[in-house]
Write a protein that binds this ligand. Structure first.
Ligand code: UDP
Ligand code: MG
Length: 139
């Protein structure tokens, strides 16, 4: 296994609820190095583009509305097996199915407002990292 990068977002629900610090602490405790981090707010165009893969899904419009409702924190993370490892720390998309001790089990309200995003594959991670960070910004 080699060192890998992944991309994550602390979503508007968790930022608004003041949970960003605790979520970051859980990510760091799981061994991730933060190599990029910024607070931003998505436009409808950006959120729609980021989640374009879900364009035909019934939850797409609600998801875009949710992701633009307030500030988010975007992060570039590095660790061995980072993509799979972050998905494990996050827990299942629906918090009702998330394992004990995961971020979504602890902080997510429901399947939409689920507090964190994490890339689902190394190829997706590369695209998502480039969406928010230039290579010069990743330390
Ligand atoms: N989502 C939703 N309803 C669903 C499935 C997903 O609102 O039935 C939202 C949720 O915020 C989720 C995001 O769309 O995190 C992207 O969905 P995906 O299936 O990629 O889940 P993830 O990779 O975030 O676990
Ligand atoms: Mg996904």
């Amino acid at each position: 296994m080699s060192v890998e990068r992944t991309f994550s977002i602390i979503k508007p629900d968790a930022v608004a609820a003041g949970q960003a610090g605790e979520i970051l602490a859980m990510i760091q405790k799981a061994g991730f190095k933060i190599i990029g981090l910024r607070m931003t707010r998505l436009t409808e165009l950006q959120a729609g583009g980021f989640y374009a893969v879900h364009k035909e899904r019934p939850f797409y419009q609600g998801l875009v509305k949710f992701m633009t409702e307030g500030p988010i924190i975007v992060m570039a993370l590095e660790r061995e097996d980072a993509v799979k490892g972050l998905r494990e720390v996050m827990g299942a998309t629906n918090p009702a199915n998330a394992a004990e001790g995961t971020i979504r089990k602890r902080f997510a309200e429901n399947i939409e407002r689920n507090c964190i995003h994490g890339s689902d594959a190394p190829e997706t991670a590369a695209v998502e990292l480039a969406f928010f960070f230039t290579s010069a910004e990743l330390l």
